[in-house]
Ligand binder design. Structure first.
Ligand code: MRU
Length: 353
């Protein structure tokens, strides 16, 4: 099983620095909300569920480091930290979901002495880690039923353990199919330009787990599908709208179109914390645009003429009609998503998860 990506020990917060993988496996301590903001922005911690947890720990660090609750009331401090951390990245709704949970705590227990409220925030962040593990394992178990032994799965970006507290969403399906159900599954990992989460992270974590993985460049996905080598595509998501349109790492839309063309089922692993029922469709999902340098340079090497005009969106939106099913912790749902997605929020956890 994959390793932990973000956690606390005795009130100190640690994360595995994902910008250094695969050449270096280094755990760093994050000591302030500012450092957490930077870590999220710089993708030291990344993937929608993981950045939600990171933001919650960021608020904890802000209140932990404040000693004088007389000059600024703790509720105000929490609100300031939440507003600040919310600016780290715009697309993954998990970030806002996690901060709203902390805000609700502050609303409910705001009259408590500052020290007690501090402790509640740490407890809440730690609860998010435990819940994330349970949610990912449930996604894995539901999704594993969609795969049969011998299947080859194509994935884009990294929706593995590294993108969550530990177990992943899209890759939890693969881990469960292999480790729990004993199926033989192979994975094609798109390298995922520009920042190579597929080659640096997905290939790394699957190799650690001894699951056969073949790395391909993004522009090879159509070719491997055309050869009949892909039985299913499974990706993660940063935000799903109420109608099932969803945002994921740039390039996902193209993979979905290719899957439709080649009759390959296209699944999206989505914890409920990644579903934003407040927006009707994908046009309302804010798409992060990142520094052009991420495209024109790689590891200090210039790849394009200096000064070239660049468009660098970190995510794209895939329309719901290209999605065969969503795999959630409450089970697998099928179209019509404008009905089945809202229903999820009233449904109990499925008994077999
Ligand atoms: O920019 P990143 O690396 O944070 O993008 C991550 C993705 O696109 C993942 O697929 C998504 O967050 C789902 S993670 C379970």
């Amino acid at each position: 099983m994959p390793e932990k990506t973000i956690w606390s020990e005795d009130g100190r917060v640690f994360l595995l620095d994902q910008t250094l993988l695969p050449s270096q496996r280094k755990v760093i301590e994050i000591t302030t909300a500012g450092e957490m903001w930077q870590a999220i922005r710089a993708l030291r911690v990344r993937g929608a569920p993981a950045i939600g947890i990171a933001a919650a720990y960021g608020v904890w660090l802000a209140v932990k480091n404040a000693s004088d609750f007389d000059s600024i009331p703790v509720r105000q401090l929490i609100e300031n930290a939440c507003s600040y951390l919310a600016t780290a990245r715009p697309t993954a709704v998990n970030l806002f979901w996690a901060l709203d949970r902390i805000r609700r705590l502050a609303d409910e227990y705001g009259e408590m002495p500052g020290e007690k409220l501090k402790r509640l925030i740490l407890d809440e962040a730690e609860r998010m880690v435990a819940e994330d593990n349970a949610v990912c394992l449930a996604i894995g178990q539901h999704g594993a039923k969609l795969l049969k032994s011998g299947d080859r799965v194509l994935t884009h970006c990294n929706a593995g353990g590294l993108a969550t507290a530990q177990y992943g969403t899209a890759l939890a399906v693969v881990y469960c199919a292999v480790e729990h159900d004993g199926k033989q599954i192979e994975v094609f990992a798109d390298e995922t330009r520009p920042l190579l989460q597929g080659s640096r992270l997905t290939a790394w974590e699957l190799m650690q787990a001894k699951i056969p993985v073949t790395l391909i460049c993004d522009n090879m996905a159509g070719s491997v599908m055309r050869r009949g080598w892909v039985n299913a595509v499974i990706v993660g998501t940063d935000r799903v709208a109420r109608n099932g349109d969803f945002a994921n790492k740039i390039g996902t839309y193209g993979v979905a179109v290719l899957a439709r063309e080649h009759n390959v089922p296209f699944y999206v692993a989505a914890p409920l914390s990644s579903i934003d029922v407040s927006i009707p469709d994908g046009d309302r999902i804010p798409i992060e645009e990142r520094d052009p340098e991420e495209i024109v340079q790689m590891m200090g090497t210039q790849l394009a003429p200096p000064g070239v005009r660049v468009f660098n969106p970190a995510f794209d939106v895939t329309p719901h009609d290209l999605v065969t099913a969503f795999i959630t912790e409450k089970g697998v749902i099928y179209p019509p998503y404008d009905r089945t997605i809202p229903e999820l929020f009233d449904a109990p956890m499925a008994a077999n998860a």
